[in-house]
Design a binder for this molecule. Structure first.
Ligand code: PMT
Length: 350
């Protein structure tokens, strides 16, 4: 079984700044195209005085090779983000859905992946050979289809994919800056699971790490990335900390928007609710944004805690029939509304 250790016996290296991180990496190939799409989407909704939420969803990856065969992944199916997006759209928000490629998407999530494969909802008519939706699913599927079509026709949903932590961060910065004209009508709802560690480009090997290169007296290219263990078959990966970008977002990229982050504690052993609360509060104190929603991977579908400067509020659902996002999103929207009202009041006062 693989284990992950965070070593503090190694000499403590200075964490690089966000600016240094961007300088050290090339932007993702589709950045300009995605940026243009985001800009025109935002302009359209600014003109309509509509609120816009950027939802980040799914896990970011950390490649181990330039020509990537292997990578480290952060767990997230995209359920939180995709489900929340639907409730935001229901409430009239326009949604920029910054998601991990091939993770769950709003609306199609009901009929995708292996639990809800769309083929299981279909039958072939005996006489005609035509394929149709089974009678028992007609109503539910029609409702989902109508909402999906509405969001598409009204240009309310923009889907932008990422894979690596670097592409995620470039896109987040780019879109945040484009969202500035929205002022307080912009909302960030950061549900993506973002990598905390990465392999710096200076230590990244070009091609697939060969097991034959481990560790061996023949010091191949892989040696810069890995250190050999006993018996020569141990791959030790040396990762640097990714700078915390939330601080940049709050202070520079989106100073007027409401920023909501999700927090799950590092260890799943931390099941104590008071510890979850403490970790969420620590994140709020560190980044000074508006709201942290604490959750644990094991109970995230039934329980979350809202931590803000003002209070802590637990939200729970006891049944599997109620999606917890149907309770989370209205609560976030109410707080967003209060923040907008405060901004308007402040501007009137000036
Ligand atoms: O999609 P699901 O399967 O439903 O799972 C949803 C979820 C459990 C992944 C989601 O609800 C959740 O908790 N997402 C946040 C996961 C995460 O990155 O937590 P964290 O404790 O590592 O980071 C906290 C915050 O710091 C995040 O908002 C992140 O944007 C930010 N961060 C993280 C790393 C980094 N280098 N810079 C950051 O700013």
């Amino acid at each position: 079984m693989a284990t992950l250790e965070v070593s503090d016996t190694l000499p403590h290296l200075e964490e690089i700044s966000a600016a240094q991180y961007f300088d050290a990496h090339s932007p993702p190939p589709h950045l300009a195209e995605h940026s243009a799409a985001a800009e025109s989407f935002i302009k359209h909704h600014v003109n309509l005085s509509r609120r816009v939420v950027l939802i980040s969803s799914g896990g970011t990856t950390v490649p181990l090779e330039n020509q990537t065969v292997r990578f480290i992944d952060n767990f997230s199916a995209g359920t939180r983000g995709a489900t929340s997006a639907e409730y935001f759209l229901d409430k009239g928000y326009a949604v920029i859905f910054l998601h991990r490629q091939f993770s769950l998407l709003p609306y199609s999530r009901h009929y995708s992946h292996n639990v809800n494969c769309f083929l299981d909802f279909m039958v072939e008519e005996e006489k005609t050979g035509k394929v149709k939706i089974e009678d028992q699913y007609q109503r539910e599927m029609r409702d989902v289809l109508r909402k999906y079509r509405y969001a598409k026709d009204k240009k309310l949903l923009l889907l932008l994919p990422f894979t690596t932590v670097t592409s995620y961060l470039f896109m987040l910065r780019e879109i945040a800056i484009k969202m500035q004209p929205l002022g307080s009508a912009g909302l960030f709802y950061l549900a993506a699971a973002v990598s905390d560690f990465f392999v710096p480009p200076s230590r990244m090997v070009e091609h697939k790490i060969q097991s034959g290169d481990l560790p061996g007296p023949s010091h191949g290219e892989a040696e810069r990335l890995v250190k050999g263990g006993v018996g020569g078959k141990k791959l030790v990966i040396d990762l640097d900390p990714v700078p915390k970008f939330l601080k940049k977002l709050v202070e520079q990229w989106a100073p007027d928007s409401m920023i909501v982050s999700f927090k799950h504690p590092e260890s799943q052993l931390e099941t104590d609710p008071s510890l979850l609360l403490a970790k969420a509060r620590q994140a709020l104190d560190r980044y000074c944004h508006h709201l942290v929603i604490g959750n644990l991977l094991t109970t995230r579908k039934h329980e979350v805690v809202f931590v803000s400067k003002q209070d802590d509020t637990w939200i729970r659902t006891n049944t599997d029939d109620t999606e917890i996002e149907s309770l989370i999103v209205p609560e976030v929207i109410e707080r967003h509304g209060a923040m907008i009202a405060k901004t308007v009041e402040r501007l009137r006062g000036n």
